[in-house]
Write a protein that binds this ligand. Structure first.
Ligand code: PEP
Length: 254
């Protein structure tokens, strides 16, 4: 049985005080209101991870994640954070390949393959993002494009390694735009991605892989998207910055 997961990607938002307040509120609301089996992952800016960790003490359902890591373990890479560093502070998840990283920082499928390998070697669970642009969807190359993202960044992994991967399908045209994929569009892509995983790793591995939807998901539309059989949860941007709304999205998935 695959896991239900709702992850919040805070991106480059919140001061330290605001981050502490948001984590505290989310943790309280989740423990008071969420009874179902859903794993919650909070991904603040990495500078806050160590400070926020004690606020999650004793929580079985809420964990921390980073928004990125470098592919190398250490070295002269000014400004970067590595997978061993995240491991050393006890962070279990890392988002990799977010479209903003691909767009603004030039991350390629090949580089992401190395990041995935480094994350797994350090016991982190990558939340691997994929997704097409509007133009790619309009010219109907979106299915091949997203399949290739998976092939080139993940298919070097053994089935045992792959078992620790979470996938997030995030159509670029829906991220931060207020445009959401319809639940039919999300289901279609999630199903195709699962078939693609099955073609390489077999049906059992594909059936056990959590595939999250991301792209302007919020408390109003989450329940409909999550109701689709191949949608196992969400990667939430803007709506993860408000404790009430984020908790409502988590409740829609439980
Ligand atoms: C994201 O950046 O991962 C995301 C899904 O953002 P938003 O929910 O704001 O579209």
């Amino acid at each position: 049985m695959r896991k239900k997961i709702v992850a919040g990607n805070w991106k480059m938002n919140k001061t330290l005080d605001e981050a502490v307040a948001l984590v505290s509120e989310v943790v309280n609301m989740i423990s008071d209101e969420v009874t179902g089996d859903v794993d919650v992952v909070l991904c603040p800016p990495s500078i806050y991870l160590t400070t926020l960790k004690p606020y999650l003490e004793g929580q079985t359902r809420v964990a921390l994640g980073a928004q990125n890591c470098h592919e190398k373990a250490s070295g002269a890479y000014t400004g970067e954070v590595s997978a061993p560093m995240l491991k050393s502070i006890g962070v279990p998840y890392v988002i990799l390949g977010h479209s903003e990283r691909r767009q603004y920082f030039g991350e390629t499928n090949a580089q992401l393959a190395e990041k995935v390998t480094s994350a797994l070697a350090n016991g982190l669970t990558p939340i691997f993002c994929c997704g097409e642009s509007l133009e790619q969807r309009q010219t109907e190359v979106h299915l091949d494009f997203v399949r290739t993202q998976l092939t080139e960044s993940l298919f070097h992994l053994s089935p045992e390694q792959f078992a620790n991967i979470v996938i997030a399908y995030e159509p670029i045209w829906a991220i931060g735009t207020g445009l959401t994929a319809t639940s039919e569009q999300a289901q279609e892509m999630h199903h195709i991605l699962r078939q693609h995983l099955a073609s390489h790793y077999g049906q059992e591995v594909a059936d056990n892989t959590s595939i999250l939807y991301g792209g302007s998901a919020n408390e109003k539309n989450a329940a409909e998207i999550f109701a689709r059989p191949d949608v196992d949860g969400g990667l939430i941007g803007g709506a993860s910055l408000k404790s009430r709304e984020f908790t409502n999205v988590v409740k829609a998935r439980q």
